[in-house]
Design a binder for this molecule. Structure first.
Ligand code: 16G
Length: 247
């Protein structure tokens, strides 16, 4: 259901509700999806809210628009093609592992110029730094150093950050990780990283930089992570473009 006094925006709640109805198989692939008007009535929300929720589901590949005919439930094959933005916790859960975190550093720091650029803020503005060792079933996997910038971000430092950061941000701060840009590089770890990760200095590691945007397209997080090269696998699904139905 969609609730007005909820920290998550209405469109986001509606999108989650519709996504779970689709995933539960209420409609079959190829079925005509209820119209905007029907959804407005069923959920008591504005047309704008419905449009935004539907646009997200089209983006995710769960729905497909057919000009002049309406919105249809997409074939599941299309969904697999899209990579979804996940948190460490979700990623581990999907592999049947228990995610954990040990906090290494937690403080407000002035944004260095390079980080300020990524976060689209002025250099030297105070941002929240959270450095954590990430664990999978208790085993060290990587060190994530997140720089957060949004109004009231200093309050995040008082949260229990051994839990999922993305869950805390969505539920308590209304900041919903929606999109991200990532860069991946191969490198070797320095003595400090080696000691924390339980490997040897110079061992291969994966260096990942991520800039994460919220539901309004605002960058709120810049992360620099170092993952152990021996127990972390990046898996990406690639598909050839499907021939269009009209060609
Ligand atoms: C991922 C993200 C990191 C984010 C974390 C939140 C990369 C390189 N990093 O590990 O940006 O802060 O998830 O995970 O993918 P959490 O919600 O489990 O704390």
């Amino acid at each position: 259901m969609v609730e007005r006094n909820h920290p998550l925006p209405l469109y986001y709640q509606l999108m989650q509700e519709l996504r779970s109805r689709i995933e539960q198989g209420e409609w079959k692939p190829g079925d005509l999806f209820p119209s905007e008007r029907e959804l407005c009535q069923a959920y008591g929300v504005s047309r704008m809210t419905v449009r935004q929720a539907l646009a997200e589901l089209v983006n995710e590949g769960l729905l497909r628009r057919d000009q002049g005919r309406g919105t249809f439930v997409a074939k599941p094959k299309i969904r697999k093609r899209l990579s979804r933005l996940t948190s460490f916790t979700e990623e581990m859960r999907s592999r049947g592992k228990q995610a954990g975190a040990r906090v290494l550093r937690l403080e407000m720091v002035p944004a260095r110029p390079r980080i300020a650029d990524f976060l689209e803020i002025d250099a030297e503005r105070p941002i929240a730094l959270i450095e954590r060792l990430r664990l999978a079933d208790g085993e060290p996997i990587g060190i994530e150093c997140s720089y957060l910038s949004f109004k009231g971000c200093e309050a995040v430092l008082r949260e229990d950050l051994t839990r999922s950061l993305y869950e805390i941000l969505s539920k308590r701060f209304g900041v919903i990780p929606t999109r991200a840009q990532e860069e991946i590089e191969v490198g070797t770890c320095n003595p400090r990283e080696a000691q924390i990760l339980g490997i040897q200095p110079g061992d291969p590691v994966m260096l990942i930089r991520r800039r994460t945007l919220d539901q309004n397209g605002r960058p709120f997080e810049f992360v620099e992570s170092v993952y152990r090269g021996d127990n972390y696998i990046l898996s990406v699904e690639l598909m050839a473009e499907e021939p269009s139905a009209h060609s």
